[in-house]
Design a protein around this ligand. Structure first.
Ligand SMILES: NC(=O)c1ccc[n+]([C@@H]2O[C@H](COP(=O)([O-])OP(=O)(O)OC[C@H]3O[C@@H](n4cnc5c(N)ncnc54)[C@H](O)[C@@H]3O)[C@@H](O)[C@H]2O)c1
Length: 368
């Protein structure tokens, strides 16, 4: 598969995935920012995407794209007109997703789209129809789906070890969004959708993916008055119910000084606790990081020594998950096997994110 990456911010993790995949050739990259198109490591000169740097061999980062055999484009239309290109990773800002995806589909290429489907639900519905009707592969980059700790939780559900899932919770504590994105798009609710569309969409996806349950209702409250530079939710607390019974809770704060993600599952036969943190930050454990992810499984009244525990290294950190998802998507296009999220997952996560915003605005429970 000859692949191209459009948008070289987080798109650099996609680049790393295509470079590593045995089934793909990185054919081209496309961006509007000259510094990102100059050198392979151009993105990292700005310092904002440093966490992606370890995904690359050091010697590649000082080379020009052409030196490693990769074409550069400044126009998506020009890239799509190149008949050699077979597969596109679209990593442009959220509000451009449907518009750019439409061009990719019309050009007849396989499409791996960064989340969310779009910020606008009508546009997301229209593009979903087009995706359903294409014979090309489509994947939505909800990379936590390939996180080994998340997969362990999912397996404990599917094996029946947890019993019937009665409750799911997710607590995300993180630093504010970076201010150096292209034209500052992420700080602006019109272009990013705000915290809940931009990022909580991941957590709605996990609330469905890990439990295998569909959401029935949400109630959300937000606090918007801590971060001066953003015009949307700084913190969102969401409670909800599942359609066939059970409850969930998502707590999402952009006002942290570190990165931490905690997930729990409570079933009729067992309880699961999962903690994830970013490789770079270790303030939460005083610099004593020995693992980046941990999953514990036991029963509510169990002696703590009997609890089963699994730990992981950097393979559970987000940049590695994104790279793995890209490799996974290439296999989908080649062999039809994949864990990437599809259209229904994209619509469901966006729909519930939008309903959570409505709930916060109108202070009421919103149903299916
Ligand atoms: N899956 C994840 O966990 C994850 C993490 C970070 C970002 N993202 C998503 O990735 C996307 C990009 O985010 P980012 O952080 O890299 O933003 P960014 O602003 O750093 O990068 C976006 C890039 O797109 C380029 N671009 C904009 N319009 C273009 C066009 N018409 N043609 C070619 N290039 C164009 C810009 O020049 C810029 O380099 C967003 O949708 C975001 O939600 C996903």
């Amino acid at each position: 598969m000859k692949a191209a990456v459009v948008g070289l911010g987080i798109g650099m993790a996609h680049v790393a995935g295509y470079l590593e995949s045995p089934y793909a050739d990185l054919y081209a990259v496309c961006d509007l920012m000259p510094e990102r198109l100059r050198l392979v490591g151009g993105t990292f000169n700005e310092g904002s995407m440093m966490c992606l740097k370890p995904l690359f061999r050091e010697d590649i980062l000082t080379k020009r794209w052409e030196d490693i055999g990769v074409k550069t484009f400044t126009s998506l239309d020009a890239l799509l007109a190149d008949p050699e290109v077979e597969m596109i990773s679209l990593c442009t800002p959220d509000y451009l997703h449907a518009e750019h995806a439409d061009k990719v589909l019309k050009a007849g290429k396989h499409l791996l789209l960064e989340k969310p489907l779009d910020t606008n639900f009508q546009k997301a519905l229209i593009i979903s129809d087009d995706i359903i009707n294409t014979d090309k592969s489509f994947g939505l980059e909800y990379e936590f789906r390939v996180n080994p700790a998340v997969l362990k939780m999912k397996k404990l559900v599917e094996s029946g070890d947890v019993g019937e899932v009665k409750a799911f919770s997710l607590y995300h504590f993180r630093t504010p969004f970076r201010s150096d994105k292209w034209e500052g798009w992420i700080q602006d609710k019109e272009r990013s959708g705000g915290l809940i569309i931009e990022e909580t969409c991941h957590w709605f996806d996990l609330a469905r993916y890990i439990t295998g349950k569909e959401i029935e209702s949400v109630h959300c409250v937000t606090e918007d008055g801590i971060l001066p530079r953003v015009n949307f939710e700084n913190i969102a607390y969401i409670n909800g119910t599942y359609r066939d019974g059970g409850v969930f809770q998502i707590s999402h704060a952009l006002t942290g000084f570190d990165f931490s993600l905690q997930l729990t599952l409570h079933g009729t036969k067992g309880t699961v606790w999962c903690g994830l943190k970013d490789a770079q930050y270790s303030v939460l454990d005083n610099g004593e990081t020995t693992y980046y992810g941990i999953v514990c499984f036991g029963k509510p009244d169990m002696n703590p020594e009997e609890v089963i525990r699994w730990t992981w290294g950097k393979e559970v950190a987000e940049p590695w998950n994104i790279k793995e998802m890209v490799k996974n998507f290439v296999e989908k296009a080649v062999y039809g096997l994949s864990q990437t999220a599809g259209v229904v997952d994209g619509i469901e996560s966006l729909k519930w994110a939008l309903k959570a915003q409505t709930s916060a605005r109108e202070n009421k429970v919103i149903y299916k």
